[in-house]
Write a protein that binds this ligand. Structure first.
Ligand code: GDP
Length: 300
């Protein structure tokens, strides 16, 4: 995974060095933990997350069983792997579907995060599972956002509700509400509501998103975040958590070669699970997020 390229190399190199040693002394372990700490910080993982992570690795590595069937170096690799899985969320969390359809999914995030593209990806994915999603274009801020959603819906082969000019245009809350009502009447079992993003977090954006949330009572609010935004990830995620209280996270642009620290910070910082990963511009470049698989890719 490109977003973890450098982190991955540094972690595996530093763990590989342990293999040349028969027994590990506390100072060997401290040296490795220091390297891991630096690699994580350089990848823009949030400081608190790094501290906790390294603290647990150190404690567990120092206390590792001498009688284990694994040699000491393998034990440390296993500990790092388990702790990576833990900070990525532990168990895979699936999309929460409503007991009585339609399942309402609202997307939120900064402009350019990949929300509109994600709406298409998610719709294609759900349609592949036999669902009948409809996309709702409640992003009335960005020129072309409505058209872009229509294009994406066409590519995914799913329905779309886009506001007619003059008919409530300018009121995204109404568009979202009407879209959900239409989905109900046409018996779509999933509604995906795209909302406006801004280049930076602002109060008006949050209020609008929060009003949409109240109006449509979504089963899931997915916070879409560009994995490459680096250290801004934490502040952005916290602002959206406060503003719209999202239920899950989607990481986009994991194919990019910038530092993917956001991916490792987001769960620890927000307590919310990562549900999906987006790995390219095509609608097929999308997958449910598995913490264990991601950890293995990082340590591959
Ligand atoms: P929005 O403003 O949040 O709706 O973002 P868009 O869906 O318009 O996406 C912004 C840009 O990012 C577009 O050029 C997309 O093609 C691109 N994009 C979205 N997701 C990904 C991804 O996972 N990887 C890459 N490389 N590009 C992506």
């Amino acid at each position: 995974m490109a977003a973890f390229g450098s982190l991955s190399t540094r972690l595996t190199d530093s763990l590989a060095k342990l293999r040349t040693k028969g027994r590990l002394t506390p100072s060997d372990i401290d040296g490795t933990v220091r390297e891991i700490r630096r690699a994580l910080l350089d990848a823009d993982v949030a400081l608190d997350v790094v501290k906790d992570f390294c603290g647990r690795i150190r404690e567990r590595a120092l206390g590792a069983e001498v009688s284990s069937s694994l040699n000491p170096a393998q034990q440390v690799v296993q500990i790092v792997n388990e702790e990576l899985v833990a900070i990525l969320g532990g168990e895979q969390r699936r999309l929460e579907l409503a007991k009585t359809p339609p399942t309402i999914i609202m997307l939120a995030g900064l402009q350019g995060a990949g929300k509109t593209t994600l709406a298409g990806k998610l719709a294609l994915h759900l349609a592949g599972e036999g669902h009948t999603p409809i996309l709702v274009a409640a992003d009335l801020q960005r020129p072309n956002a409505v058209t872009q959603l229509e294009v994406v819906a066409g590519q995914a082969g799913v329905a779309v509700y886009a506001p007619e000019p003059g008919n409530g245009v300018g009121d995204p809350v109404k568009v979202a509400r009407d879209g959900v009502a239409l989905a109900r009447s046409r018996q779509h079992d999933v509604v995906i509501v795209d909302t406006a993003g801004r280049l930076g977090v602002d109060a008006e954006l949050m209020q609008q998103a929060s009003r949409i949330r109240k109006a449509i009572q979504p089963d899931e609010v997915l916070f879409v975040i560009d994995a490459m935004i680096g250290q801004d990830a934490v502040a952005t995620a916290k602002a959206f958590q406060e503003g719209v209280d999202f239920t899950g996270v989607v990481l986009t642009k994991l194919d990019g070669d910038a530092r993917g620290g956001a991916a490792l910070s987001i769960r620890g910082v927000t307590g919310r699970p990562i549900l999906f990963a987006s790995t390219g511009e095509r609608l097929e470049d999308f997958e449910p997020f598995h913490p264990d698989r991601m950890a293995s890719r990082i340590l591959d």
